[in-house]
Design a protein around this ligand. Structure first.
Ligand code: NCN
Ligand code: DMD
Length: 353
């Protein structure tokens, strides 16, 4: 067995959504003072939340956000528009409250954790979760990104971070990331798991030129030919072409699902982690809510594979959990609808004749 026991146990603990709570939620929705079905996808969302939490009147606040930061050896190949040290610089920006995710987290009153799971520089800050597994992945054009032990450690950091947020009261988990070069890893993962072509999985990331995108496609194509990750083996994929923050997000998603806590997935990189988690156990899918669809080319393929419709389409391509945080008020609305709306009976309103 390659997966550590803690990870196997987490996966084993994931249950199907609770059908009885979903039926009760549906009956309740149909008793609320509105024409039948008139709150559309919010009704589906409320039913999903009921199934996830095993509570027909689900609570989703407060949300907890984990941003996993790590570096990528593949940046040596010139695949990003920004230098690698932006990862470390942005971590300090998160810790000092200046990034987009800080602003949106505050807006939704979320608890925000910044996790160094593999930044290639020593970082010091009293608010930083210091969980460094290694100083960035290896360059997967030349060697495996991580060894088995490193994959297990990164998954474990994700598991522990989600549990920490849940222990602190989080009722919804938002996963986000920061890692210069990570769209290259996410593209490789997306192509492998969804079966789409590398060309279809690769986009412009932080804003590279078309010429650089062609180079990025070639680098990924060659790496897949040489490393030969098994598309049915999430562990093999992570170790050969993965990322530390990608493994961290996968672990956090698994733990949230095991704990029956809804997970809002963010952009392209975060969805690559969701693909891996679903490959580990398809029951994870029920716990996932797609916050938005990123501008990154491969995100549409990943969401279609997961059969998820994004709540928002705002042409974002930032990451950090921003799209998921922006989508949270809709999930909150679905929960509030269940908990606060009057029924036909309580309000004395006549039902459909
Ligand atoms: O979330 C997305 O869909 C997304 C799309 C493009 C880029 N990003 C962010 O940009 C960084 C990766 O881009 P790149 O070009 O360096 O591979 C990383 O820090 C991500 O958070 C994020
Ligand atoms: C400035 C900057 C901020 C980011 N946040 C997430 N990815 C990012 C990439 C860059 C380059």
């Amino acid at each position: 067995m390659i997966f550590s026991k803690a990870i196997v146990d987490t996966i084993k603990g994931i249950e199907k959504l609770n059908a009885e709570s979903m039926t009760t939620a549906k009956t309740h929705i149909n008793s609320l003072t509105k024409p039948l079905g008139s709150l559309g996808k919010l009704e589906d969302l409320a039913i999903q939340l009921a199934g996830i939490t095993n509570d027909p009147l689900p609570e989703v606040s407060p949300p907890g956000i984990a941003v996993f930061a790590a570096d990528h050896g593949i940046t040596e190949m010139g695949v990003s528009a920004y230098p690698k040290n932006v990862t470390a610089q942005m971590v300090y920006n998160f810790l000092n409250g200046g990034a987009a995710i800080n602003v949106f987290a505050k807006q939704i009153q979320a608890v925000l954790k910044i996790v160094d799971i593999g930044v290639a520089e020593e970082l010091k800050h009293n608010k930083l979760e210091e969980k460094k597994v290694m100083n960035g992945t290896n360059n997967f054009a030349l060697e495996n990104a991580m060894n088995n032990n490193e994959v297990n450690q990164a998954l474990q950091v994700g598991i522990e971070t989600a549990m920490m947020l849940i222990n602190e009261g989080a009722k919804t988990i938002i996963v986000g990331e920061m890692g210069i070069g990570n769209t290259t890893s996410a593209s490789a993962i997306t192509a492998l798991i969804t079966g789409c072509s590398v060309e279809d999985a690769v986009g412009y990331g932080t804003g590279i030129s078309e010429h650089m995108r062609e180079k990025k496609i070639e680098i990924i194509t060659n790496a897949l030919l040489v490393r030969k990750p098994n598309p049915n083996d999430p562990f093999d994929i992570l170790s050969k072409v993965g990322g530390l923050e990608i493994a961290g997000m996968t672990g956090a998603i698994l733990k949230a699902a095991e704990q029956k806590v809804p997970v809002i997935i963010d952009g392209f990189i975060c969805t690559a982690s969701a693909l891996l988690a679903v490959l580990m156990d398809e029951k994870v899918s029920g716990y996932l809510i797609a916050g938005h669809q990123s501008q990154e080319k491969g995100h549409g393929h990943a969401l279609s594979f997961l059969q998820k419709q994004p709540l928002l389409q705002l042409d974002l391509r930032l990451g950090e959990g921003t799209g998921a945080a922006l989508a949270f008020p809709l999930i909150q609305a679905a929960s509030n609808m269940m908990n606060e709306m009057a029924t036909f009976e309580s309000a004395g309103v006549s039902e459909k004749s």
